[in-house]
Each structure stands twice: as structure tokens, then as C-alpha cells.
Design a protein around this ligand. Structure first.
Ligand code: ZN
Length: 370
């Protein structure tokens, strides 16, 4: 049985990685703190999103509170914008600075477990001044409070885990796959993100999966930007559609209307076609769901989690298509009878706020266990 996690609906447009494009400067519903608090800051390519979580586990805002992230202007501007996001959210929620015990920060990766951006840079941090930049320490020095770091996919996975399990979260485990431009994810054990020695645990997109039963006879083996062949991201991501799946499936459906579109545009339109039960689009998404099912089968034999969580653009799709996708993932996840009885499959809700909220959860947990 699927656990019917709530699906967020909101009026804001998103870009392909699921960030909002329209900044929102005022929350719809705001509370004041009942205790000491932690602040969660989600740093994205376009915007920062901020939230406040009090020690009773209550979020003080229900919607996005954003400001421009200015990451393309380099570390100095970006740190100032994060500090502004921090002070703005305190002002909005009328939270005195003295009540804040810690800050959670998440950014897109790759970065180390302690928030040092990859020495090769990253999609969002391409300027040379970002390479090897310690964003966690820089923010800590700027605002004078302990800062805890997570990558954005791990933060989303952590929030999804806590939202699903509530009071039982610290005794439960989960694996989350979030389909976007790439495939992000996270492994949560006993309510905490497994980060790994180098901070690279839970890079589920780059897990290679058996392709038998996924690919068609004669279909080229998909290749990922990371260089691996046949990993999950090479199939279950927008990049995988554009580079690998769509070029193949267009040869199987000659004369399909998408054949006349440039591939990047065609890839983005595919979900709309799938919602209308277009056979080419369904063939592509079926391969994605099968690849995620293979990934979850590996997870079942690795950490045997209580929950398999699925997020990304598909969660925002029409309910019938969304349910078909989740069912197809589940049908392709081979669990033993005991596991079937114990495990839940669910969609990751509130994805636009999941980063900030997950970062706040990590900070709260760090304070409480200190
Ligand atoms: Zn890869």
C-alpha cells in the first residue's frame, strides 16, 4: 500500500531543477516561536529559501520565503545574501536573535560533508572563486552561530523522512530518489542522513543498475555525465531523457510531433505528453520507473529501509500519471514478503520547501544531541 503523503500545490512556476522562479517576499501564514529555534537556509541557483523551526518541532512559516541567492556573483555576494535571508526570516517571524541556537544550510553538490564546494566547482558554483570554498565556515563566521551543512538532495530526503514518520522518525530508515535535471537522493538511518567519509553517501543517481528488463533489444546503453554507463541518472533524469532515452524512442516512433522539436525542449514537454497517455512518453517514463525500481531493489538488500520515497517533477504531475509512475516503481522493486509487509512507498511532498526544512531538521537534531 502506498502511504498517501500530502502533495503540495502552489502557484509558483519552477525551473527544471524544481526551484521557484518567482521570489516571494511575504509568507502567507507566520507564527512566532514558542521556544528556542533553529533556522534552515536552502541555497539554490536562483534563490535562497528560509524557514524557522522551533524546539517543539513546529515550522514558523508555511510557505516559501525567498531572496536572490546571487551565487553567480561569487562567494562574497552569496554569503551576504544568505545572511540577509537569515535576518529576514527572523524579522518576519519576530524571532529574537538570542533564541537561535543553530543554522542548517543546504546547497547543491558536489560538496564535502562539511560544506566545502568541490575543487572542480559545480553546476551552481562555476566561478573559480567557488572551487574548494568552505561555504559552511564562511556563513558561520558571518552570522556568528553554528552552521550545519547538508547537500540539497540529502536535506530534501531528511525532511521527507521526518514528515512521513513524525514522532517515530528517529527509529525509522528511508531511501529517497528525487528526479530532476539529475537524480538526487538520500539515505536516512534512524532519522539521520548517512553522509559518508567524504560526504558522498546517498549519491543514488550514480549507482549502476542491472539493465536487463529495462532497455529494449538493441537500445544503446545510456551514459551519464559522470562517465558511468547505465547508472540511475543516465535513465531517470531530465538529462537522461534528453541524452539517452528520447533520441532512441524517437527512432521507434517515426513522425512523432516531438521529433520536430530541439531535444532540450522536447524533453521538457514529455511529461505533458505522458499525462495524455502518449505511447512514446509512457515508454520513456516506464524505463525511468523501472530503473528506480532496480535502485530500490539494491537498497532493499543494502539497508532494507522502512520507506522508499520518490520526488521530483513527477510528483507535480496529474494524479493519474503520478500514481501510475509510483506503482510502476513499486512493481519493479523486488522485495521479500517480509519486506513488503514492513515497507512503505510514498511521494515526497512540499519539495520546494524541503531543502530549507530538511536543513533545519538537521540543525535541530544536532543541537538536541549535543
Ligand atoms: Zn552518473
Amino acid at each position: 500500500m502506498t502511504n498517501g503523503a500530502a502533495i503540495a500545490s502552489h502557484p509558483y512556476r519552477r525551473d527544471e531543477v524544481g526551484r521557484t522562479l518567482k521570489p516571494v517576499d511575504q509568507a502567507e501564514s507566520v507564527r512566532t516561536p514558542a521556544s528556542w529555534v533553529v533556522v534552515g537556509l536552502d541555497n539554490g541557483g536562483t534563490c535562497n529559501n528560509a524557514t524557522v523551526l522551533d524546539a517543539t518541532g513546529r515550522y514558523l512559516v508555511d510557505s516559501l520565503v525567498e531572496n536572490p541567492s546571487l551565487v553567480t556573483e561569487g562567494p562574497e555576494s552569496a554569503i551576504e545574501q544568505l545572511a540577509e535571508a537569515f535576518h529576514n526570516i527572523l524579522e518576519l517571524t519576530r524571532t529574537p536573535l538570542t533564541l537561535v541556537r543553530a543554522v542548517g544550510l543546504d546547497t547543491p553538490g558536489p560538496a564535502s560533508a562539511t560544506g566545502v564546494i568541490s575543487s572542480k566547482g559545480a553546476t551552481n558554483f562555476s566561478m573559480v572563486s567557488w572551487h574548494g570554498f568552505d561555504i559552511r565556515s564562511a556563513l558561520e563566521a558571518r552570522i556568528g552561530l553554528p552552521v550545519h551543512y547538508l547537500n540539497d538532495a540529502n536535506a530534501a530526503a531528511l525532511y521527507a523522512h521526518h514528515q512521513l514518520f513524525g514522532a517515530e522518525a528517529m527509529t525509522r530508515s528511508s531511501v529517497a530518489a528525487i528526479v530532476g535535471t539529475g537524480l538526487g537522493g538520500g539515505v536516512v538511518q534512524d532519522g539521520r542522513v548517512v553522509s559518508g567519509a567524504a560526504g558522498m553517501a546517498g549519491e543514488l543517481g550514480h549507482v549502476q543498475v542491472p539493465l536487463h528488463g529495462v532497455l529494449e533489444e538493441g537500445q544503446p546503453v545510456p551514459v551519464c555525465n559522470c562517465g558511468f554507463e547505465g547508472d540511475v541518472e543516465s535513465i531517470a533524469s531530465l538529462t537522461g531523457i534528453k541524452k539517452n532515452l528520447l533520441p532512441y524512442w524517437l527512432t521507434r516512433f517515426p513522425g512523432h510531433p516531438l521529433a520536430s522539436e530541439p531535444l532540450p525542449q522536447a524533453a521538457k514537454q514529455l511529461r505533458t505528453y505522458a499525462e495524455k497517455e502518449d505511447p512514446l512518453a509512457l515508454a520513456v517514463f516506464e524505463q525511468q520507473a523501472k530503473a528506480i525500481g532496480k535502485l530500490f531493489t539494491i537498497a532493499a538488500n543494502f539497508t532494507d529501509p522502512h520507506a522508499y520515497l520518490l520526488g521530483g517533477g513527477v510528483v507535480e504531475a496529474a494524479p493519474k500519471f503520478r500514481q501510475w509512475f509510483l506503482n510502476t516503481v513499486r512493481e519493479n522493486t523486488q522485495l521479500r514478503a517480509e519486506q513488503q509487509a514492513a515497507a512503505t512507498f510514498a511521494l515526497v511532498a512540499d519539495l520546494d520547501m524541503a531543502g530549507a526544512r530538511g536543513a533545519a531538521v538537521a540543525a535541530l537534531e544536532a543541537v538536541q544531541s549535543a
